[in-house]
Write a protein that binds this ligand. Structure first.
Ligand SMILES: Nc1ncnc2c1ncn2[C@@H]1O[C@H](COP(=O)(O)OP(=O)(O)OP(=O)(O)O)[C@@H](O)[C@H]1O
Length: 256
């Protein structure tokens, strides 16, 4: 399962504490390009907490403390030299609840490239916005109303807008925290299709409660339980021949 190719991201012995309480326990994992990695496990097992360590979103939670090492292209993302704004552009995030800014569709996507200085001209910026919306599978639906508010879109469209916003700053890794759990089945199918299309370009990590979804969209699956990474491997193996009893119990629906 492990290859010699350099990993896009690595975590080594990562623990996360909220005050005294340890939510993630000594997790080590490699995240590779061109793959979708799914984090599954019962509620409260630490999936979201661990996901947030990968772009230092835990920094924004007052009592959270991270131990261990996480690298991006071999560089320690918790080192003092790391620019966190830059890091979050390279490792983008899409949340459970679509959270577009209360601004136009255009501005939602243009904001990041503008603050990161990615466009040299207005035409350049328009091109980035169009390309990002196309990649997010939203262009056809919004191209004639780019000045309408992002919040006026349907839930599924808002989530694709948030994906376009993440893509616009040219990330290398995209973290998705239950990106479809607030959406209806049709909007969910569109997000899953989109994840397929994006896979060749980015390393994608998705937290999902939905095991069918993990099986459909991912090539690698990590099973978490009580803060531990119990098992990590090819999705097919995890679902058909798990090595650990706890994984088997979970995927056969014995708990969770
Ligand atoms: N901000 C916080 N402060 C204190 N404890 C927290 C905080 N966020 C999460 N926790 C606790 O850390 C543990 C892991 O939570 P986390 O949300 O990472 O799990 P999860 O597997 O993503 O769960 P779910 O699938 O329900 O979102 C839980 O016990 C939770 O109560």
């Amino acid at each position: 399962m492990m290859t010699d190719a350099p990993h896009k991201m690595t975590a080594r012995d990562v623990s996360v504490f909220y005050g005294e309480k340890q939510a993630v326990k000594n997790v080590s994992i490699d995240i590779d390009m061109d793959r979708v990695t799914a984090f599954i496990g019962p509620s409260g097992c630490g999936k979201s907490t661990f996901l947030r360590t990968l772009n230092r979103m835990n920094d924004t939670i007052g009592n959270a403390r991270v131990e261990g090492q996480i690298t991006l292209d071999g560089e320690d993302i918790y080192s003092s030299g790391m620019d966190v704004v830059q890091l979050r552009a390279r490792v983008g995030m899409v949340f459970q609840k679509p959270n577009p800014f209360p601004k136009s569709i255009f501005e939602n996507v243009a904001y990041g490239p503008r603050i990161h200085g990615l466009a040299n001209s207005k035409a350049d910026l328009e091109e980035i916005v169009a390309r990002s919306l196309r990649r997010a599978g939203l262009w056809e639906e919004v191209k004639d109303r780019l000045n309408d508010s992002g919040t006026a879109l349907s839930g599924g469209q808002q989530q694709r807008l948030c994906i376009a916003r993440a893509i616009a700053v040219d990330p290398e890794v995209i973290l998705m925290d239950e990106p479809a759990s607030a959406l209806d089945p049709i909007a969910t199918a569109k997000i899953e299709e989109l994840i397929h299309e994006l896979r060749g370009r980015y390393a994608i990590v998705i937290v999902t409660h939905n095991m069918q979804q993990a099986a459909r969209v991912s090539q690698r699956t990590a099973f978490f339980h009580l803060g531990n990474l119990v098992e990590y491997g090819d999705t097919d193996n995890i679902f058909t021949a798990p090595r650990e009893e706890r994984t088997k119990d979970y995927i056969t629906g014995r708990y969770g």
